[in-house]
Design a protein around this ligand. Structure first.
Ligand code: AGV
Ligand code: CA
Length: 312
């Protein structure tokens, strides 16, 4: 068993990641922070509480709501998915929610949960880094309590996924949402494992994968995964701005099963202003980061099956 604190921002793959983390026997999930970034906060928190009720296997977790604010907010259309996820009948059978939210905002909850453990905690973050950055400002000593950080965000190949005015197309959304937060974390001594767009592009959501989950829907977790991904568009003939990838799930599985990817050591930095704000890039003498480069595609989807087939 080892400690994991999970911070997510309410997208479909964020919520699927939470589900999969709770299916991992070796993970002692000490806390969950929820940001209303790629979601609205209320349904994201509500869906989180219901997921813990239904798939937490008796875990006592009190998820914390973030009060961090966007520098560049996500498009509303994407943020709406959390309302649909929260309304899934599979999460609403009992008609009540037992899991209570933490009293503190997520960045303070993070500090509290890190300091409460005698052992170090691994951070898995699948949204913007704002809460970690704020926690570092308030309590810099938490770096001693952090084993390492797995973050879905950024890209080192200048092929971003933000299609908005006044930016140059080199940045990834989680970094773009709060560029300064990425810089703050980059300037800390935390060991960073980055899952950026160069690797997540290797695992698009396709029709075949959906069909596979449909054929496995007798397993409640895989049923929920199939339902969740039904809310977002698959890769059809070519990639568009709304094509969905397995971004956060890759990050989550990598944090527990390192053999699912290949990685390399790079040194890097972050732009915080101008048209490239949020851009992560390699540079000599920069900050060391472990960058995921390749995904073992078949092993990746096999792991989702294995975790999803565990009884609930
Ligand atoms: O940039 C990837 C991040 C991941 O954490 N999110 C989605 C994942 O949760 C933002 C995002 C980029 N493109 C999107 C996104 C899309 N087409 N729909 C929803 N969210
Ligand atoms: Ca996310």
């Amino acid at each position: 068993m080892h400690n994991v604190y999970f911070s997510h921002d309410g997208g479909v793959d964020d919520l699927v990641s939470l589900l999969l983390l709770m299916q991992m026997d070796d993970v002692n999930l000490t806390g969950v922070g929820v940001m209303g970034a790629d979601s609205y906060l209320e349904p994201a928190l509500s869906a989180t509480r219901k997921l813990i009720d239904r798939f937490g296997q008796g875990r006592k977790i009190t998820p914390a709501a973030s009060d961090s604010r966007a520098v560049h907010p996500f498009p509303k259309e994407w943020r709406m998915d959390a309302f649909s996820f929260d309304a899934f009948p599979l999460l609403n059978e009992s008609g009540q929610i037992k899991t209570q939210a933490a009293a503190k905002p997520a960045h303070l909850d993070l500090i509290e949960k890190l300091l409460a453990e005698s052992e170090k905690t691994t951070l898995v973050m699948t949204g913007p880094l704002s809460d970690l950055a704020r926690a570092l400002e308030i309590e810099p000593t938490i770096t001693k309590k952090i084993e390492k950080l797995y973050w879905m965000g950024g890209t080192m190949d200048n092929r971003g996924n933000v299609a908005e005015p006044e930016q140059d197309g080199t940045t990834e959304w989680n970094a773009y949402w709060d560029p300064q937060a990425v810089k703050k974390v980059w300037d800390s001594e935390i060991e960073i494992h980055m899952v950026g767009l160069e690797s997540t592009r290797q695992v698009p959501l396709t029709r075949d994968i959906r069909q596979h989950w449909a054929s496995e829907r007798r397993f409640p977790a895989l049923d929920l995964i199939g339902q969740g991904y039904a809310l977002v568009p698959p890769l059809e003939h070519f990639e568009t701005n709304s094509t969905y990838f397995m971004w956060d799930v890759l990050t989550t599985l990598y944090s527990e099963f390192p053999d699912v990817v290949q990685s390399k050591q790079v040194t890097s930095d972050v732009s915080v202003s101008g048209q490239s704000a949020g851009r992560t890039f390699e540079t000599d003498g920069g900050r060391p980061v472990t960058l995921v480069t390749k995904v073992d595609h078949d092993r990746f989807f096999e792991l989702i099956d294995q975790l999803g087939q565990k009884s609930n």
